[in-house]
Every structure is written in C-alpha cells, then in structure tokens.
Design a protein around this ligand. Structure first.
Ligand code: UN1
Length: 512
C-alpha cells in the first residue's frame, strides 16, 4: 500500500498550496489566511492551503468569463471527448485519489474508492450526454413556419461543495456543465480542499493537453465569505450548492435577490419503513450501511427506522447484534467499517444531539460516546448509537450529521408514511417489503414525498444515472443523471418563417 507522502506527491499536493487555480495560472500562497488541513484519521497535519482574497476571487471570475467565450464554441461532442479523457485520468489515479478522500475526510477506503468511481461514472454519462443535448421540434400553427428549441450554455457555473463528498458532487456538476458548454468555478469545503486541489490538477492537465483556454476549470479556496461573493455575483448565472439547510437558505436568498438560478442539495432526514412483510436480513444490511456508512455523514444517511409493531422487537435485536459487530477505527484499514467524524465540532454536535434526545425522552438501546485511546488519538471517533424516540421530538426533526439512528414503531402503513413524510426535509426514503401493495402505495401520489424513494434498497448509495436531490428543506435541486443537465443551459425557442407572407399567430389580422 502507498504512503500518504507518496500519494500527496503523486497528486501534486504541496506542503503549502495556492489560494486559487484557473488551470495554468495559480494564486498566491500567502493570501488572506493560511490554514492547516488536519486529518481526522490520525490528527496529523496533511498540508496547508491559502484562502483567496477578494481581489484574487475577482481575477478568477474574469478569467472564467473570458474562457467561456471560446469554450462555448467548441462542439459539445468535442467537449465530451475532453470529459472522456478526464474520466480516463480519474481511472488512472483512482487508488491515490480514493485514498486521499479517505484520509482527508475520514470515510472508509472502500467508500473513498466508491466516491472516485462515482466521478468516473458521471464522466461516462456526460460523454454520452454530449451528443444528446436534445431540444424538441414543434409543429407551428402557421404555414411555412418551423419551430424548435435549442439549449445554449449559461456561462459560469459556481459550485459550492461539502466535506462529506468532497469530490464526487463537484464532478456531477462540473462534468455536465462542461459538456453543456459552461465553465466552472469551484469552492470546495474548507475542511477538505486537498482532494479538490488534486482534482484540479488532474483536470488542468487534460485541458492543457487539449489546448483549451485557461479558466474553464477554476478552483477558489476559502470559507463562507467566498460562497457569499459567489452568491451575490451577477457574473455567475447558476450557483449549485450542497450543504446544510442554513447555508442553502442564505445562498438561495442572495441568488434569488438577483434573480439568478440556484441548484440546492441540502439536508436529509431519511427513513426506512420496515413492514411486517419485509425480508429482515436484507432490511438489516440496508439499515446498518445507511446509518453508519460515512459515519452518518451522507445527506442520504438513514436517520430513522419506522418499524411495524409485529417485527419491531425482532428487528431491534438484530440491530443491536449488528452494531456490536461494527469495527470502528482507521478508515484506511479495510477491516474497519466506520472511520471518524470530520472534526471536533462534529463530535460535539453529535454528543449534544444525544443529550438533547435523552432530554426529550429518547431511550438509547445502543449507547453513543467519543472513543478514547491511542487508536482514536485524533479525538474524532465516536460510537454509532440507536435510540427509541417519537418522531415529533425536536432533535428527530433535525438533521444531525452523525451516526445516530432513531427507531419508531407503527401499526398502519398510512401512519408509517405520515411519519416518514413528517419532517422538514425530503431527500431520500425507502420501504422494505415483499408486499406489492405496500411497495406501490409507498411510491404512489399518497406515498413518500421525497426526491428519492426506494423499494428493498436503503436510503443511501444512489447511482449517478438518476436525478439526485430532494424536496422541501432539501432545496428542490436535481443533479447528476436523467435530465438534470437542463439547469446548466438556457433554453431558446426559435420560430422561423420560410414562407413569403407574415401571418400572425392566433389568427390576428394586422394589415398595413
Ligand atoms: C451526499 O451525501 O451529499 O446517494 C451525496 C449517495 C451518494 C451521494 C451522496 N451517491 O449516498
């Protein structure tokens, strides 16, 4: 296996990294602030990054604005060919990049590789899409007229991404935006900028080899103040933001005030309904992976289980047994199922949520807590825990980004669906059942109100081919597959008159 030092060298991560990159040009290493990036895995400093100043940010946007003028003229399938090469490079660097994702963010190595695989998959999707940016052709009501629609690129797409999927969510946006003819400015989470720098390096080389102008892929390192500049910037027609509902509301308000477009992918509070007709062994795998995978830090993490009373005690016992098997520790060791939380703030939020849950009456059947000892020296390792609760508890209504699983009991499927829908968030949902009527009801208009609704699959681990996102406080945005590409383009309706007269629509007569 590779040493972290080898991986950093391989991915061109320096001890001190630049505040921004537009591709061939890079920012200062003095900038507004120099921040050390510490791994939650072992508490060691990995490298430092420089935060961009406002002037540096402005220079990046100027470069991107200029790059758009030529990038948009390259035919979409040719842009797709460049994205294909990016996919090839991601394949070549999968092991190193996946390992750095795991080390910088703390998710298991398997999930680190999985994240890079999602990037490769979206590249493949985008290559095909580059020949399928279809508009409709309509039949005009007037003789000698042709009507059709076409999709043109928007310009700059601003991408604000979160620490939990430090690179995949960027790629869902960037790969589609690029085949659509847009240029991208990416502000990664200030908690995980190094994997972003590694991606920028990979992409920049592909763009350079293809003679693409500087500025099609830009990276700006900074905290929320950079996000605020982007949200208020009329030079950025679309902001795609992933993160907390609080952040999303701020982005949406700023972008909305200038009538820009936003694509929001915010919090989830995802539940699995486990019915009396469920295959309980399958339900167990779905529930446990959904709850402890990525240490409960996916927006699709399973936070609630709504279990039929007839199987409640049985399933509860299965869960307790399964949780006793979970190995927590260094995520680079493939024996471990669960790594650390991202930082000490996250650990404190987790501990605080446990206290709040107890105060509201929650009964813990698997206790949580911070892990102590040499193997957990970073102070970011916690135990996944399970509490029996009521859905209306304030803490249950809230998304705590940690491995806390809430259990509740139901008797009637309509009540279970009401509980599942009875939270402010609307990202992912699932039902475990072998009963066709139950499954179809859950998927029906009277069923789940979420953007994602699964049958006999957990709430997390969506494939890139579907549109990803959710309703209510999740923000309404859709990324990745299906027709999610349309938000990265502006639609134009064109009517062409090839006749020798000018008939007006709606039969209006206007004779001069
Ligand atoms: C996220 O947590 O922001 O469906 C994205 C999943 C992953 C993506 C999660 N494919 O769990």
């Amino acid at each position: 296996s590779l040493s972290i030092k080898d991986i950093l060298d391989h991915l061109h991560i320096n001890d001190t990294n630049h505040a921004f990159s537009t591709g061939s040009s890079q920012g200062s290493t003095t900038g507004a602030l120099v921040k050390n990036i510490v791994s939650p895995v072992d508490g060691q400093k990995i490298a430092s990054v420089t935060f961009a100043t406002e002037e540096e940010y402005d220079a990046v946007i100027d470069t991107a604005t200029n790059a758009f003028k030529s990038w948009r003229l390259i035919p979409a399938p040719k842009r797709g060919e460049i994205v294909r090469q990016i996919g090839e490079q991601l394949r070549a660097h999968k092991q190193q990049l996946g390992t750095l994702v795991s080390y910088e963010m703390g998710k298991s190595l398997q999930e680190g590789y999985g994240e890079v695989q999602e990037m490769i998959d979206i590249c493949d999707f985008a290559v095909g899409l580059s020949r399928q940016l279809y508009g409709l052709a309509m039949h005009s009501e007037r003789p000698g007229h042709r009507m059709y629609e076409q999709h043109h690129p928007l310009g700059i797409v601003g991408i604000i991404s979160a620490f939990n999927f430090p690179v995949a969510v960027w790629s869902w946006n960037a790969m589609l935006a690029w085949v659509c003819g847009d240029v991208c400015v990416w502000k990664p989470s200030e908690k995980t900028p190094l994997t972003a720098i590694a991606c920028q390096h990979i992409v920049k080389q592909v763009f350079e080899e293809n003679g693409v102008e500087d500025g099609v892929s830009c990276l700006v390192i900074g905290d929320r103040s950079i996000g605020e500049l982007m949200s208020n910037d009329t030079r950025i027609p679309l902001i795609s933001a992933t993160g907390s509902t609080r952040m999303g509301k701020a982005v949406s308000a700023a972008v909305g005030a200038r009538l820009g477009k936003s694509l929001l992918e915010l919090g989830g509070n995802n539940a699995i309904i486990i019915t009396s007709d469920a295959d309980l062994d399958m339900a167990l795998i779905g529930a446990v992976f959904g709850a402890v995978g990525t240490a409960g830090q996916r927006c699709t993490t399973t936070r609630r289980l709504i279990i039929h009373e007839s199987v409640y005690d049985d399933f509860k016992q299965k869960l307790v047994n399964a949780y006793a098997q979970i190995k927590i520790g260094n995520p680079l060791n493939e024996q471990n199922h669960m790594g650390p939380l991202i930082d000490h703030d996250a650990v404190n939020a987790y501990l605080d949520s446990i206290e709040k849950c107890k105060a509201e009456g929650g009964r813990f059947i698997v206790e949580g807590g911070r892990l102590e000892g040499d193997a957990y020296a970073s102070g970011c390792y916690v135990t996944p825990c399970i509490a029996e609760v009521e859905n209306h508890y304030k803490i249950v209504q809230h998304e705590t980004f940690a491995p806390i699983l809430y259990l509740m009991k139901y008797a009637d499927l309509d009540d279970a669906i009401a509980l599942q829908n009875g939270v402010p968030q609307g990202l992912s949902s699932a039902i475990m059942t072998t009963n066709l009527r139950e499954a179809e009801k859950f998927l029906s208009v009277a069923g789940s109100d979420c953007g994602i609704a699964n049958v006999n699959i957990g709430t997390s681990g969506a494939e890139i081919g579907g549109a990803f996102g959710g309703e209510k406080e999740t923000g309404g945005g859709r990324e990745s597959g299906s027709d999610a590409w349309k938000i990265y383009m502006r639609r134009q309706t064109n009517t062409i008159n090839y006749s020798e007269t000018l008939p007006l629509a709606q039969g209006i007569k206007f004779n001069l």
